[in-house]
Design a protein around this ligand. Structure first.
Ligand SMILES: [Zn+2]
Length: 454
């Protein structure tokens, strides 16, 4: 249940653009794309906000390694990310917000946290005082005592507690900086996200998403900052985290050196197949990435596409209202609808939703052998389109683009005109009747034929 009627505010932690978009990213953002699509399909008015961490240690460390300015590096990989998202049919984000556009809001939050005693300044750095926030670590269940007693390689002696995190980092040579009451510097990572989300959503909103690896410390830190800043609890109503992409038993991650960039997969498979592969697991479960598994996904996806293509093909020859396979397919469609939506209502279980679609495909394949009416085929195609729209699949298979269709109609219309000029009325009438059967009405005027799609 959203906080306000049918309005849903969703914030998902975005990327830090310092390298190519990999399959782990694709998994998270495809998952939230499906979640957004489904909530909108269900009638919610969803605003989907995603941040871009465009200033961060990882960018600043990488830029000199590759001989680029920090902002050039960020722009390069942000472009790669946007292109990848477009290829994967991720279309639901309303706003991508860059952290560097929110420095005034960040400074305002840091100032307020200092005033309230939740933060302290050391030289020109500002840290969050985790001991000041009751329940720090509750989201992740991490116990601070255990972390404190664990061996720490690097301890910053200036911090009161090793778990205190930076809100503001003082300027280092060669780094970008902004002026602040504490001197020139740049924001810490966690405060960027609360500044952006509070600027757009206020002190409380419905859904905060991200990868599993962000729960601690990132999301626990966000809660501590936001609730201390606004005084409103809870900051977020639903936390949603995607499972890891696993490769040979280890989480895929840049720091582990085992990432598979999306562009590498797209050299071998279409983006639709990759999207299908990712959607074929419920978002919280881990995905084991192997090319064998992607190949299996390709074959499974093809089975769905083949049924769709077959239904379109049969349409031309099908009897209008009644055929022997109709009853069994109608039954299968009814039970598919209920299983599909039940699965999606059960924490967006795309795995079970797709399983329902596979059962429908088998029923279709059996029914089409007995014969299906035009009416049933149209209903089947429409149902497929609805499921496809929710999952962001099949859209490449939905048929030619409107431009192509219009062009083809224009070619047929001029062929018919040509036939008429040659007094070949048999051909010209045949073209007119066939077009009419497909729902394209021709009207002869003094200035040539006009057409419209009914
Ligand atoms: Zn974040």
């Amino acid at each position: 249940m959203p906080l306000q009627g049918k309005r849903v505010k969703m914030f998902v932690c975005g990327i830090t653009p310092y390298d190519y978009t990999h399959v782990g990213h694709a998994r998270t953002y495809v998952a939230f794309d499906v979640i957004a699509r489904y909530l909108r399909y269900r009638g919610y008015s969803l605003f989907y906000l995603q941040n871009v961490t465009d200033v961060d240690d990882r960018i600043l460390n990488r830029a000199p390694e590759v001989g680029l300015g920090w902002d050039e590096l960020g722009n390069t990989y942000l472009k790669d990310y946007m292109r990848t998202m477009e290829a994967l049919n991720v279309t639901t984000v309303n706003l991508y917000a860059k952290a560097t556009d929110y420095v005034p809001e960040i400074i305002e939050q840091v100032e307020a946290l200092l005033e309230k005693g939740h933060a302290y300044q050391v030289d020109e750095d500002v840290y969050y005082r985790v001991s000041s926030f009751e329940g720090y670590g509750n989201l992740s269940g991490v116990k601070l005592e255990e972390l404190r007693s664990g061996a720490r390689v690097e301890v910053d002696e200036r911090k009161e507690d090793p778990q205190d995190f930076a809100l503001w980092k003082s300027r280092k040579p060669g780094e970008p900086y902004w002026d602040s009451p504490w001197g020139a510097g740049r924001p810490g990572w966690h405060i960027e996200d609360t500044a952006i989300s509070i600027a757009h959503f206020g002190p409380q909103y419905d859904i905060h998403g991200g990868g599993n690896d962000l729960i601690f410390p990132h999301h626990d830190a966000e809660i501590a900052q936001a609730e201390a800043f606004t005084g409103v609890k809870p900051f977020v109503k639903y936390w949603m985290h995607t499972g890891f992409v696993v490769i040979k038993g280890e989480r895929m991650g840049k720091s582990l050196g085992n990432i598979v960039p999306v562009r590498e997969v797209l050299e071998r498979y279409s983006p639709e197949v990759l999207r299908f592969f990712l959607v074929y697991t419920q978002y919280r479960s881990p995905i084991d990435f192997t090319y064998e598994a992607v190949e299996e996904a390709r074959m499974a996806y093809e089975r769905l596409l083949e049924a769709y293509a077959r239904a379109r093909q049969e349409l031309g020859e099908a009897p209008e209202a009644k055929a022997a396979g109709d009853v069994s397919l109608r039954g299968a469609m009814k039970s598919t609808a209920s299983s599909f939506f039940q699965a999606m209502d059960d924490d967006f279980n795309t795995r079970d939703a797709l399983a329902a679609l596979f059962r429908l495909t088998s029923s279709f394949n059996a029914a089409v052998e007995k014969g299906l009416s035009r009416e049933r085929l149209v209903a089947f195609l429409e149902a497929y389109q609805t499921y496809g729209h929710i999952l962001g699949l099949f859209e490449g298979a939905m048929g030619p683009s409107p431009d192509l269709l219009e062009g083809l109609i224009r070619v047929l219309v001029s062929l018919r005109e040509e036939a008429r000029r040659n007094k070949d009325f048999k051909t010209s009438d045949w073209i007119r009747d066939e077009l009419a059967r497909l729902g394209v009405k021709l009207e002869d005027t003094s200035r040539g034929a006009r057409w419209r799609i009914s």
